[in-house]
Design a protein around this ligand. Structure first.
Ligand code: NAP
Length: 238
């Protein structure tokens, strides 16, 4: 799947990684770029079309899909995170419900709404923005980790299911990136523009998964080890 001449719809594209996806799509000659966002007020970027969408609201998703029926590449990017005291914290259930509504059910809802649109195109693809957290124990991110692990599982089911319709499904795994989501977390962070470059290159190369930073690539390489990274995190990833 190429970006040139593609029509791209990105959720959560008013800032952070989503905006980087939108801008880079323009640079690569996309035919049209729809930037999905909860609030379109004041959004102005040359060549990028703002579209209202809240991934927790089915009516707004249906309206966005109707408006962007020429989409050939869907990027499920919108996401939220919260820090809690750990897997036994009093708010773990409430925070998990919130994270799942956006990070898991949001992906499911938007994918369902765009599936027929994508199926009707000769070439189409979906990028799901996942995380290294699906394999990494970070107790203070328990609800976020569970929601992203669910989204990873959904991505794998979806890939196989859509294979015969010729829709490519690419899962993006990445560790901390320098966006609002990680404000106040003092760790080395990947550059979102660099992550987007790697992701589009992987899509064009026909790949199914991209590990967009060294830490995530190293973490994944431990999965078949006797003590994988999800039991003892590799040095530098704790
Ligand atoms: N930053 C990291 O370290 C990191 C690492 C791995 C994966 N990720 C993933 O990367 C993706 C993008 O995150 P980011 O780092 O760019 O974070 P960000 O700067 O906080 O941006 C999150 C985006 O998601 C949107 N959003 C949140 N809830 C939404 C909803 N219900 N409907 C529609 N849009 C919604 C936000 O819109 P508003 O402006 O309206 O809030 C915003 O545009 C997320 O899926 C995140 O989990 C991030």
């Amino acid at each position: 799947m190429d970006i040139t001449n593609a029509t791209i719809f990105i959720t959560g594209a008013n800032r952070g990684l989503g905006l980087a996806f939108a801008r880079e799509a323009r640079r690569r000659g996309a035919a049209k770029v729809y930037a999905g966002m909860r609030n379109t007020n004041g959004f102005q970027e040359p060549g990028i079309v703002p579209v209202r969408i809240d991934v927790t609201d089915k009516a707004s998703i249906a309206a966005a899909a109707e408006l962007a029926a020429d989409t050939t590449l869907l990027v499920n990017n919108a996401g939220i995170a919260a820090l809690i005291d750990g897997p036994l914290a009093a708010d773990v259930e409430a925070q998990s419900a919130r994270m799942f509504d956006t990070n898991y059910y949001g992906v499911v809802r938007v994918t369902q709404a765009f599936e027929q649109i994508l199926s009707a195109k000769p070439r189409a693809a979906i990028i799901n923005v996942l995380s290294d957290i699906v394999w990494l124990p970070r107790p203070y991110l328990t609800p976020y980790a569970a929601s992203k692990a669910a989204a990873w599982s959904y991505t794998n089911q979806l890939r196989l299911h859509l294979q015969e319709r010729g829709i490519q499904v690419l899962g993006l795994h990445v560790g901390f990136m320098d966006t609002d989501l990680t404000n106040g977390i003092d760790v080395p962070k990947a550059n979102p523009e660099d992550v987007v470059h790697q992701t589009y290159d992987a899509l064009i190369a026909g790949k199914s998964e991209i590990m967009a930073d060294k830490g995530t690539a190293m973490l994944k390489s431990t999965l078949a080890a006797e003590i994988p990274g999800y039991i003892t995190p590799p040095a530098g990833l704790q």
